[in-house]
Design a protein around this ligand. Structure first.
Ligand code: TYD
Ligand code: MG
Length: 458
């Protein structure tokens, strides 16, 4: 038997070294290296059995394409993100900040499925049974036949699951609390989290149950975050949102059985999470239509159009170096648009303080927001109100020209659905649309600037 050896594992990137250091050489993280005993551990897998050495059976790519069997929760937003329901025999990781609502969401899904007659097991490693029961009571789910356990030992969990033959869905809340006897390190360390996740993934494949692992992520790179198991699982979704808003976004970042970049929108209420089937209406809810500096951006989240309001405030700066404050967008992208406005459009804006905000706390990463941002900036600078029934989208290039963006037709259809009557866009792609909306195309940013100059004062 191999001698017990210590290895030093970075808890942030999982790099292994033979001695301790204050800073991980691989990822540059400080104070992230922890000593772990390595007699078995990462990569060693289950103890060797008699079967080892037996050749595996190889097959061809052209086998019978069996559609993955899915269990549909009936929570439409969740099913959309998972690509049409949980896949049997697969593992899904649900990550998110502590307190964001992961346990609430999964308890609601568990109860919905149990009510449909599926066998659902919910294992809570964080909360005692009474706490989960209390939550279920508050959510009005206490009568659903979910099988509940509070346990953190992986071996006990596995034997429980094997005993409960034929579970359809198993929820493990959370992966960070699990520990397995197979490795010696403390719960929550990379080795423990990985070995536990490996064991549960193997269980999913073997038993055909859909396994959902909950994992916490924290901004300060908490020990052994779910990142270290992302490659093992079949799907990774993150639950996001911020404490000051009630809506929550479920976002797929990896999915072996469906599209990524899909989002599901929920609202946290007194009675748990409720689905938001028309998120654009939610984000445009408190719009001030007569204010300057506000432009509605027709954006996309995955395959789904989403309208949001972009707010800009341009104010004379008392400082030598003007302030730039951006919430929900990329600040270097803002600098680029300001430079294009100065250089190609003759707009003197750079010496002002500039504040940019995406309403509702949403984060936008699409370059298609360029035109909406530029429109909001010019509207605030020149004190002109943008037409309240107009949406904006289009990418701006460094030369001052505009570029077509993807999914124009979907954006237009969503805008038309919400009662907008005109769309200010960059060069339009060849996508055909029959949405009842007037399309106004701009070949360059200068044309948009002069158009805004013709609007009425605020
Ligand atoms: P929780 O699901 O425990 O978060 P996580 O499992 O991601 O750590 O959610 C906890 C938060 O949700 C808590 O701050 C209170 C809030 N909440 C509601 O607003 N309404 C509810 O009905 C429930 C159950 C929770
Ligand atoms: Mg929880």
């Amino acid at each position: 038997m191999a001698k017990n050896r210590s290895t030093f594992i970075c808890q942030s990137c999982a790099a292994i070294s033979t001695q301790w250091a204050g800073r991980c050489e691989a990822c540059g993280e400080w104070n992230s290296i922890i000593e772990e005993l390595q007699n078995t551990g990462v990569g060693s897998g289950p103890k060797a059995t008699k079967a080892s050495g037996k050749p595996a059976q190889l097959s061809s790519l052209s086998g019978k394409p069996e559609d993955a069997e899915r269990i549909i929760s009936g929570l439409a937003e969740l099913d959309r993100v998972s690509g049409g329901g949980f896949v049997k025999g697969s593992t899904m990781l649900v990550g998110g900040d502590p307190g964001i609502g992961k346990s609430t969401l999964l308890l609601q899904a568990a109860s919905a499925l149990a009510n449909k007659g599926y066998s659902v097991i919910y294992i809570s490693g964080e909360e005692a049974i009474a706490q989960v029961q209390l939550r279920a009571k508050r959510l009005g789910l206490a009568n659903s036949p979910v099988k509940l356990a509070s346990e953190t030992n992986v071996e006990i969990i596995l034997s429980t699951l094997e005993h409960q033959n034929g579970a359809d869905l198993v929820i493990i809340d959370s992966i960070q609390t699990l520990w397995t006897e197979r490795v010696d390190s403390a719960p929550g360390t990379v080795t423990q989290v990985r070995t536990s996740a490996q064991a549960l993934t193997r269980f999913a494949k073997k038993s055909g149950a859909a396994v959902v692992l909950v994992g916490h992520v924290t901004k300060d790179g908490q020990i052994a975050g779910p990142r270290v198991v992302e490659h093992m699982v079949d799907a990774v979704v993150y639950f996001e949102g911020d404490a000051s808003h009630t809506y929550r976004i479920l976002r797929a970042v990896k999915n072996r059985y469906g599209a990524t970049d899909e989002i599901g929108v929920f609202e946290m209420t007194q009675k748990g999470l409720s689905e938001v089937s028309n998120p654009s209406a939610l984000f445009l809810d408190q719009r001030d239509e007569s204010a300057t500096g506000c432009a509605v951006f027709a954006g996309m989240e995955g395959t789904r159009p989403l309208l949001v309001e972009i707010q800009a405030l341009v104010a004379p700066s008392p400082l030598g170096t003007p302030r730039r404050a951006v919430v929900g967008w990329d600040s270097s992208r803002l600098s680029m648009i300001l430079a294009v406005l100065e250089t190609h459009c003759g707009v003197k804006i750079g010496a002002n303080d500039i504040y940019l905000n995406v309403a509702g706390g949403l984060k936008i990463s699409e370059p298609a927001a360029d035109m909406a941002v530029a429109a909001a900036l010019i509207s605030s600078l020149t004190n002109r109100v943008l037409p309240k029934e107009a949406v904006f989208f289009g990418e701006i290039s460094l030369s001052g020209g505009t570029r077509a963006v993807v999914h124009s037709a979907l954006r237009l259809r969503e805008a038309a659905k919400l009662g907008f009557t005109s769309a200010y866009s960059g060069k339009f792609s060849s996508e055909k649309t029959n949405a009842a909306i007037k399309l106004i195309e701009f070949a360059d940013l200068l044309a948009l600037v002069s158009k805004i100059g013709s609007f009425k004062d605020g």
